[in-house]
Design a protein around this ligand. Structure first.
Ligand code: HEM
Length: 580
């Protein structure tokens, strides 16, 4: 049975062992059956509490010996913090979970232990702690066997799902292909132009007044899939092909199949060790994985045939060719392609979506971006790296979007050995071995203690000051690309694609704040009226006057409902329209 190696010990420990122990103890006393049954039942919570207290003691004494303290434990109203778990489960959206984390953070500081059901789970928004885990004590903080086993059928042993030597192998194999020489704006331009042409109004001929509203998030998801598959495999998804019916079906379904596989793995992560019990009836990964294999396998075969051909056109070399040249292991090649498609698609789609959101929400920022782009890139002509380099304000705009809306809002690691966490308050916190650390990048990047009183404001100007060229790698409190040896490899891809997209989009648009300045073109507006039922932002979050509310939605600044659905996304889609 899948996952049995984790499920069985868990079931034994939590459900079988306590009544068994009670049975052995009661054997001599022979109480009436009803008393026996009550004792069996009570044995479950009693043993749970005893184990919890023991593990607490085991953490506190080494912490004291090391001159440190354990992270403060959340003190719920009910034993084992069941109320925290219930609040967590009850809260209808990620926004509410985020708010709970903010509230817990206010009470317990930047690093605390939820200890739900007696299990250590340290949550942090402290930049020092995050830096320690991702950079300074990198070898000790791993993805771990538990995470790996939950994603094994989907990600295999690929870069995302491996640690140690395997991870090093994958990283060094693919790293050269992420060099900016393999990533040119011209690679993205045809896909972006075709995406823009399919948008209402931009695609149509002369049109006055507001256009039909459409879901920009969906459009960005499709665009990112097309760009990533082309870069990985050299295949244009909308071009005719001769790979047969089965591949055609896989081509149409691969985006959705990736989404389903990701959400099945995400669900396993949330459920924990007992996930196999929830998959007894059906394997949620079976169907999506069939589509994903049917998509990639013929492409790998084509790359193998290309390898055998006498002359390979270097200009047309793609990552798939590099993988095929480096190994004969088809499973490894496929794992790596799936991992990188996963890494590239939703993250880029999320960044592009929130860039459009930021432009629509902040007309004055839009006008600055537009002015810079038009004075550097003009209204037409090819886009190249020099043009992108000469758009520093646009880069600041992208950084600010990544700060407030990081596509990967949190990251999880597990300790191999005990460690001392250096915190921003100067205190050192003891973390035992085999303990999960949840790093909430999104909360750290919105934290006033880290970014100042205006942390919740969208202000690209905060990135002024010469650091931009270094990609803000060392900026304390910014980890949208991750930090340290596992830092995102795809940064040049995502940035080049996003700059190219912004340049091409802005060429179609006029000034947002002053129509008289703009000339031809449209403005882009959010279309809350088109938002599907049940996905509009609740009024209590934004407040009557659109300011303040109850503290959620960046204290009422946001006008859409933001959720963390594997990556950061807008609930129900980002509905916008172009207005002449
Ligand atoms: C805005 C877009 C993107 C953001 C914000 C982003 C962010 C991240 C983050 C936070 C990680 C660390 C994940 C972890 O530790 O579990 C990561 C890893 C990674 N990213 Fe990205 N990413 C983006 C786009 C891309 C793209 C376009 C590609 C490929 C074309 C890519 C390839 C990778 C790879 C291969 C890794 C794994 C690195 C490793 O474990 O050594 N990313 N990315």
């Amino acid at each position: 049975m899948k996952g049995a190696s984790y499920l069985l010990p868990s079931v034994l420990k939590t459900l079988i062992f306590p009544p068994l122990l009670a049975h052995i103890l009661l054997r001599q006393l022979r109480p009436p059956l009803l008393v026996q049954l009550i004792c069996y039942w009570l044995s479950l919570p009693v043993l749970y509490i005893l184990r919890t207290e023991l593990s607490l003691y085991r953490t506190q004494s080494p912490a004291r010996r090391a001159g440190a303290c354990p992270p403060p434990n959340v003190k719920g109203r009910y034993p084992l913090n069941i109320d925290v778990l219930l609040d967590w489960a009850k809260s209808g959206s990620e926004e509410e979970v985020g708010r709970m984390m903010v509230l817990l953070g206010r009470q317990y500081g930047g690093t605390y232990n939820t200890r739900v059901l007696g299990e250590d789970q340290v949550i942090t928004t402290d930049p020092r702690v995050i830096r320690h885990a991702l950079v300074d004590d990198f070898d000790n903080f791993v993805k771990g066997q538990k995470t790996r086993s939950r994603a094994q059928e989907f990600l295999g042993d690929g870069i995302f799902n491996s640690d140690g030597e395997k991870w090093k192998f994958h990283r060094s194999l693919t790293r050269p292909f992420f060099h900016p020489t393999h990533i040119r704006p011209s690679l993205f331009t045809p896909h972006i132009l075709s995406s823009l042409a399919s948008m209402p109004e931009i695609g149509s001929a002369e049109h006055a007044g507001p256009s039909e509203a459409f879901d920009m998030q969906k459009a960005m998801g499709e665009l990112s899939l097309h760009m990533a598959v082309d870069w990985l495999c050299g295949v244009k998804l909308d071009e005719p092909h001769s790979r047969g019916e089965e591949w055609e079906e896989a081509r149409r379904g691969v985006g959705e199949a990736m989404r389903l596989a990701q959400s099945a793995v995400g669900r396993r992560m949330k459920i924990g060790n007992l996930w196999p019990l929830f998959e007894l009836k059906a394997d949620p990964l079976a169907k999506p994985m069939r589509t994903i294999h049917a998509f990639f396998r013929p492409l790998i075969q084509e790359a193998i045939d290309r390898k055998a051909a006498p002359e390979v056109d270097q200009g047309k070399m793609r990552l798939i060719d590099r993988l095929v040249a480096a190994t004969d292991d088809l499973r490894k090649i496929e794992d790596q392609l799936i991992n990188i498609l996963l890494a590239a698609r939703d993250t880029t789609a999320s960044l592009l979506t929130f860039c459009v959101y930021g432009l629509a929400l902040h007309p004055e920022v839009f006008d600055k971006v537009r002015e810079e782009i038009l004075s550097t890139a003009g209204m037409e002509g090819e886009i190249n790296k020099e043009i992108i380099r000469d758009c520093p304000y646009t880069r600041r705009f992208i950084n600010e979007t990544l700060r407030l809306f990081p596509p990967v809002p949190l990251n999880i690691r597990r300790t191999l050995r005990p460690t001392l966490l250096p915190t921003s308050t100067g205190e050192r916190m003891y973390m035992p071995a085999n303990t999960a650390l949840v790093m909430c990048t999104v909360l750290m990047q919105r934290d006033k203690a880290v970014w100042g009183e205006d942390a919740e404001d969208f202000r690209p100007e905060r990135w002024d000051g010469g650091e931009v060229d270094e990609g803000m790698k060392g900026r304390e409190g910014f980890a949208a690309w991750n930090l340290g040896p596992r830092m995102c490899l795809g940064q040049p891809f995502a940035l080049s694609a996003t700059h190219t997209f912004l340049i091409l989009l802005v060429r179609h648009l006029t000034s947002q704040s002053d129509a008289t300045k703009g000339g031809k073109g449209s403005r882009i507006e959010l279309a809350p009226d088109a938002q599907p039922k049940g996905t509009r932002i609740p009024p209590a979050w934004t407040g009557e006057d659109g300011k303040g509310g109850d503290g959620r939605a960046r204290s009422g600044r946001d006008q859409v409902w933001i959720v963390s659905d594997v990556v950061l996304a807008v609930k129900g889609g980002l509905w916008v329209r172009f207005v002449k």
